[in-house]
Design a protein. Structure first.
Length: 216
């Protein structure tokens, strides 16, 4: 199978690559003329932060597939070749790459992850993926809220000297960067802190990947 190629010098992370491969497989099984954004959405359920976020909101592969067939027509005969990527999906992948560039401005080849693609698909109000999410009654604001600690769409504005001084005196989550006032109580470790939201999402990812649970 020929993998989907991201634009520019960006490289898909291992989990995103698995998701893109799954999107192509689903599109082939549907006999689709193109790999559209609704296939990218279903592909994101393969693994990673995107999968954990969608599962937390009750979005499943079967639900996405049923909605897509209802909205865009029934599937056709399966195809053996790889269908081309739709213009809409290409734009989504490009936007995900741009988000990765913003998050890692000093990297010559930033890693594009599942959360970058999911936030793009969820926020594109006219896209096929978003239409499926709307059809399923998915809370788009909840997707954005859950991914905000992993993806930032715009660089942070520089605070005044007084605000920076105040910020440095408070504790922040070492993983998402949110302050204790915003994220809630932080659990302290050797030189690090973590918020409840990051703990919960990490547990979901570990459970999905079949990691052994640690003894309590």
């Amino acid at each position: 199978m020929q993998p989907l190629v991201l634009p520019g010098a960006a490289e898909p992370g291992t989990r995103l690559r698995a998701c893109l491969d799954r999107a192509v497989t689903v599109a082939q099984a549907d006999g689709a003329a193109e790999v559209g954004t609704h296939y990218l959405l279903e592909g994101l359920l393969a693994e990673g932060v995107g999968a954990a976020t969608l599962e937390r909101l009750g979005v499943t592969s079967n639900a996405i597939r049923d909605s897509a067939h209802r909205l865009f027509g029934p599937p056709g005969p399966p195809r053996d070749d790889v269908p081309p990527v739709s213009a809409e999906a290409t734009c989504a992948l490009d936007a995900a790459t741009q988000r990765a560039l913003v998050a890692s401005p000093d990297s010559p080849s930033p890693e594009v992850r599942t959360e970058h693609l999911l936030i793009v698909l969820a926020l594109d109000a006219g896209g096929r993926a978003r239409r499926v999410l709307n059809d399923l009654g998915t809370d788009i604001a909840a997707i954005k809220q859950q991914l905000d600690c992993y993806v930032t769409g715009t660089p942070r504005r520089r605070a005044s000297r007084w605000k920076r001084a105040v910020a440095t005196t408070g504790r922040v989550c070492s993983f998402c960067g949110r302050s204790e006032k915003v994220a809630g109580r932080l659990v302290a470790g050797p030189g690090v802190h973590i918020c409840g939201g990051c703990v919960a999402l990490a547990q979901q990812i570990l459970q999905r990947e079949g990691a052994p649970e640690t003894a309590s």
